[in-house]
Design a protein around this ligand. Structure first.
Ligand SMILES: O=C([O-])CC(=O)C(=O)O
Ligand SMILES: [Mg+2]
Length: 288
């Protein structure tokens, strides 16, 4: 299967003894840059998907089709394995199954399904969770939707910050029992909380945003954390860069006087221009 080796690379991160930081990726350019810099994994967050595709905040307006298409564009541009934040699976458990099918076909190496109630309920200002039973059903549906057994499926819970650490553990154990490949936690606030989770579970752990005391990568590795996210600064930096250059142009700066532009070498590398040239020479009869 075409995407198998990417998935096996993610599996080897999960079964290894170290903890890695993934590169935040959201389009064909960002994934190639992450790949060239040597990141072992790309993280395609739901928040950056919404921002890159719709220009929206993370409010669950992006559709599965849009998410999968953006994933497909990245899979085409680069062989870097990508872990996709598939939110709540875009509906109920039946939708989760469909979500897995689409993201698998789009080339995701792995994906997370979370137990947050999305989109938020009317009148609720705080995040809520679906029941543990519904969460379990979603994990089972995700596993049922997978046709390549190397695709990584992670059960994700935000219970640590939404309900309690005990609830996070209860849910993690139930998701673990469904046969998912890893557990993804957001909202863990301290080493004590992480250690409680670690001793109650056995699967590899992925941590979403974490406070400073959870930033030491060797400590995380020793606690079975295999992937630790670092937010999504690259798309934020891209926003600033586009703002600066458009502002300068709007204010009359000559294109040649612009600051902060990439070198020709970087632009050509990102475009994989040497490969395109070689292909053009072979297929279009152009000079190399
Ligand atoms: O998955 C992540 O990187 C964190 C998250 O939920 C998002 O950014 O939507
Ligand atoms: Mg998200």
């Amino acid at each position: 299967m075409a995407f198998r080796s990417r998935r096996e690379k993610l599996r080897s991160i999960l079964s290894g003894g170290t903890c890695i930081h993934p590169g935040s990726v959201y389009d064909a350019i960002s994934i190639r840059i992450a790949e060239d810099l040597g990141f072992p994994l790309g993280m395609f967050g739901g928040s950056v998907a919404s921002l890159a595709v719709l220009g929206d905040p993370d409010v669950t307006l992006i559709t599965l089709t849009e998410l999968a298409e953006q994933m497909r564009r990245m899979s085409r541009a680069s062989a870097l394995p990508v872990l996709v934040d598939a939110d709540h699976g875009y509906g109920n458990a039946l939708n989760v199954r469909r979500t897995v099918q689409e993201l698998e076909a789009a080339g995701a190496a792995g994906l997370t399904i979370e137990d947050t109630l999305l989109p938020p309920a009317f009148g609720e200002t705080k995040a809520q969770l679906v029941s543990l039973e519904e969460g379990v059903g979603k994990m089972k549906a995700a596993l049922d939707g997978r046709s390549d057994p190397t695709l990584v499926i992670m059960g994700r819970t935000g219970a640590a910050s939404i309900s309690s650490i005990d609830d996070a553990i209860r849910r993690a154990k139930a998701y673990e029992a469904t046969g998912v490949d890893a557990l993804f936690f957001t909202g863990i606030k301290s080493r004590a909380e992480l250690e409680a989770v670690v001793s109650a579970t056995r699967l590899p752990i992925v941590l979403g945003g974490a406070p400073d005391e959870l930033n030491a990568i060797d400590y995380l590795a020793s606690r079975r954390v295999r992937i630790a996210l670092q937010g999504h600064a690259p798309i934020a930096a891209a926003t600033q860069a586009v703002y600066e250059v458009q502002k300068a142009l709007r204010e009359g700066t000559a294109p040649k006087a612009l600051k902060g532009l990439p070198s020709a070498e970087l632009t050509h590398r990102v475009m994989r221009e040497a490969e395109v040239k070689a292909r053009s020479a072979d297929l279009l009869g152009l000079k190399k």
